[in-house]
Design a protein around this ligand. Structure first.
Ligand code: NZQ
Ligand code: ZN
Length: 385
């Protein structure tokens, strides 16, 4: 195991009724900007709970943050924040609202020419406005990590950034807030969390026994509670475990001291930027093909995954690996998610388009071993046709 330094400073407020507790964790004198998406929080009562918890505070709001949050939208949010002299951001929604709000948090104190430079790395992030999160969609882990993914519509680019200053101060995880989710978003969340674990687990053996065993526990939990949540929307134990598993999948814990991949995500981001696929759906298409194309480099971990997660034991190595990949695909299909580009009506021209974008965005040496070149990405996309 490699040496590491680990901290996750986000306070988790987990369970029914926890939205009421946010006032204890926001300074009394704060001028709070509440950010949200297209309106689901107004329909399901979460907005009312948040506003009740903020009674007596100085509050302003910015709604309309879209899925795959846009730089352009968040620049409008910055105008609202500046006009109201906001000094605390409360993001209420899914990963898109939280990610967009993280960008806002770094953009507000920045006095350079264009805050997009903070996303691309052209300019250094030096600090951020304090941010809290009320999560309504278990999926990304954004509520307690220091990453975000922002889309620049004008440039046709979807780019991740990360900085320790954007860890939310607190994150409310109330499973009740997820009851209004359409099944498509529940399925997306299960798959996104599943692939987050895989990006940190399915690499090469690194003697991270705790990390491996915890990753396997998260995968098995997602395999169990994903279908349960879809089949019985009132199963609150399933919802609670889904919310906690998705959080733990990307809060930084399982990646310490071990290699990480993330090539499926980077290729998926290009698919979303080009064709508007839901984030999770881009991943369920790319991951099985990535496993096939990278079978040799990932052989030992694929065999471990087959045995520990799917209980695949007897038979030749290649047969076991093939079975594990098929089980993974069958799991995604059982959630009504696509596993081929053809499932979302995309054709062979996608391959060259994604390859060109990966090159344009400098994504030319991806994966735990930097071996996923644009040419390998091409093989992966071809295998996913
Ligand atoms: O906008 P509203 O009206 O709120 O509706 C949203 C949106 O349409 C709806 N929704 C959310 N909570 C709901 C609800 N509908 C009913 N009831 C509720 N309780 O769900 C739709 C999708 O929301 P979105 O926030 O886009 O989904 P998700 O949480 O999956 O976030 C996806 C974004 O996160 C990024 C993705 O790239 C994508 O842009 N990611 C962020 C990561 C991170 N920060 O660490 C890691 C991930 O890999 C991912 O890349
Ligand atoms: Zn993801």
């Amino acid at each position: 195991m490699k040496s590491f330094s680990y901290i996750n400073p986000t306070r988790i407020l987990f369970g029914k009724g926890q939205i009421a507790a946010i006032s204890k964790h926001i300074p009394e004198s704060a001028r709070v900007l509440v950010t949200y998406g297209g309106g689901s929080i107004k329909a399901n009562g979460v907005y009312d709970q948040v506003m009740a918890a903020l009674t007596g505070r100085s509050v302003m709001e910015f709604g309309g943050i879209e899925p795959n949050p846009r730089y352009e939208t968040m620049m409008r949010a910055a105008d609202v924040a500046r006009a109201g002299k906001a000094d605390f951001i409360l993001a209420v929604g899914g990963g898109s609202v939280i990610d967009g709000s993280k960008f806002l948090a770094v953009a507000l104190p920045y006095d350079g020419p264009d805050p997009w430079d903070l996303v691309t790395g052209k300019a250094k992030i030096r600090g951020a406005m304090s941010l809290g999160a009320v999560l309504t969609l278990p999926a990304t882990g954004s509520e307690s990590n220091c990453g975000a993914v922002i889309t620049h519509q004008g440039l046709g680019a979807k780019v991740p950034f990360g900085h320790p200053s954007v860890y939310p101060v607190f994150a409310v995880l109330d499973p009740e807030a997820t009851r209004s989710l359409p099944s498509r978003q529940v399925a997306n969340g299960v798959a996104d969390a599943f692939v987050h674990v895989m990006e940190q687990y399915l690499t090469v053996p690194a003697a991270g026994m705790v990390q491996d065993a915890y990753a396997e526990a998260l995968l098995k939990t997602l395999i169990a509670v994903g279908p349960k949540t879809l089949a019985d929307p009132d199963d609150m134990d399933a919802r609670a475990n889904l919310m906690w598993a998705a959080n733990q999948a990307l809060n930084g814990l399982i990646s310490v001291g071990v290699p990480q991949d993330w090539s499926t995500h980077m290729i998926g981001h290009e698919l979303t930027a080009l064709y508007g696929l839901d984030h999770a759906r881009s991943l369920t298409i790319v991951l099985p093909a990535m496993m096939r194309v990278r079978q040799e480099a990932k052989r030992a971990k694929l065999l471990q995954y087959a045995e520990h997660v799917w209980g695949v034991r007897g038979g030749a190595e290649d047969t076991r690996i093939g079975a594990a990949i098929e089980r993974t695909e069958a799991f995604f299909r059982s959630l009504c998610l696509p596993v081929r580009l053809s499932d979302v009506h995309l054709k062979a021209d996608v391959v060259a388009a994604v390859e060109a974008n990966l090159i344009a965005h400098g994504m030319t040496a991806l994966g735990e071993d930097k071996a996923v070149t644009p040419d390998v990405a091409k093989q992966v996309l071809t295998a996913a046709l």
